[in-house]
Design a protein around this ligand. Structure first.
Ligand code: BEZ
Length: 222
C-alpha cells in the first residue's frame, strides 16, 4: 500500500524538533524492522494511560516480531516523563517505558499525519489527537492504518494479530480469514491459478463447496 501523500508521510519538511515524517519512518522501519506508530489524545488521560500501560506490558511481543514501537502525544517531554511514571505504576512497575513517546506539543506531526480528532478537545479547548495506528513495513511503506476516536481504547492484542497476518502475507501468497490466529489454516489468494497451487502449497489445499460451485474458498495449512 503506498503511503498516502495526504498523510504527509512523504514530506521532508523539518519542524521544531528536527523530526520529520521521514525520520519517523526511518526510525520505525529499517532492515528487517517493522514499525508501529500510535497516537494518544493527551497525557494524563485515563484511556491513554491504560493503553500505554498494556502496550508496555506486551512490548516484548512486538520486539519478538521485530516491530519497533513509537507512541505520540501532544504534550511536552517534561509532561511525558511525569506521565510515564503513572503509566508504569498501573503495571505496578517503576521501570522505564520500553518505547519512546514523541512530544508533539505543537501538534505539527499529528496534523501532518492527519491524526487530529475533529470532535475532541482538552479542558482548555485545544484539539486532541485521535487514536491512530500506522504499521510500517521494512520497505518503509504503510501497511495498515486505523483510526479510533479518542473515546475508544484500542486492542493491542488485535494489533499483534494483525501484525502476524501482515508479516505472513508479506512472505506467502495467502490471505488470513476472519479471526485468524497464527497456526490456523490460511486462504489461497484469489489470483493464484489452480495449476500453481500444488507447487506453492505442498501441504495440500482443500476447497469448500458452495452453491455457486465457484472454487474460491481454498484453504491450506502452512
Ligand atoms: C482518555 O484517554 O481517556 C481520553 C482522552 C481524550 C478524550 C476522551 C478520553
Amino acid at each position: 500500500m503506498p503511503i498516502p501523500r495526504s498523510a504527509g508521510l512523504t514530506s521532508t519538511t523539518s519542524w521544531a524538533t528536527q523530526c520529520t515524517p521521514r525520520c519517523i519512518l526511518d526510525a520505525a522501519a529499517s532492515d528487517a524492522q517493522w514499525g508501529i506508530l500510535f497516537s494518544h489524545p493527551k497525557d494524563f488521560t485515563p484511556v491513554c494511560t491504560t493503553e500505554l500501560a498494556f502496550a508496555a506490558s506486551i512490548s516484548d511481543k512486538f520486539t519478538m516480531r521485530k516491530v519497533k514501537m513509537i507512541a505520540l502525544s501532544v504534550d511536552s517531554v517534561e509532561d511525558h516523563n511525569v506521565w510515564i511514571k503513572d503509566v508504569m505504576a498501573l503495571n505496578n512497575s517503576s521501570a522505564a517505558l520500553p518505547f519512546p513517546i514523541i512530544a508533539d506539543s505543537g501538534r505539527k506531526l499529528a496534523t501532518l499525519l492527519g491524526m487530529m480528532d475533529p470532535d475532541e478537545t482538552d479542558r482548555e479547548g485545544n484539539p486532541v489527537t485521535a487514536r491512530c495506528v500506522f504499521v510500517i513495513g521494512p520497505d518503509k511503506k504503510l501497511k495498515l492504518s486505523c483510526l479510533y476516536p479518542a473515546t475508544t481504547g484500542r486492542n493491542f492484542d488485535e494489533l499483534l494479530r494483525v501484525i502476524d497476518s501482515l508479516q505472513l502475507t508479506a512472505q506467502k501468497k495467502v490471505a488470513t480469514p476472519v479471526h485468524w490466529r497464527p497456526g490456523d489454516k490460511v486462504m489461497v489468494l484469489p489470483n493464484i491459478a489452480d495449476d500453481e497451487v500444488t507447487k506453492l502449497f505442498p501441504n495440500g489445499v482443500s476447497t469448500k463447496e458452495v452453491p455457486s460451485r465457484k472454487k474460491y474458498l481454498r484453504y491450506t495449512q502452512l
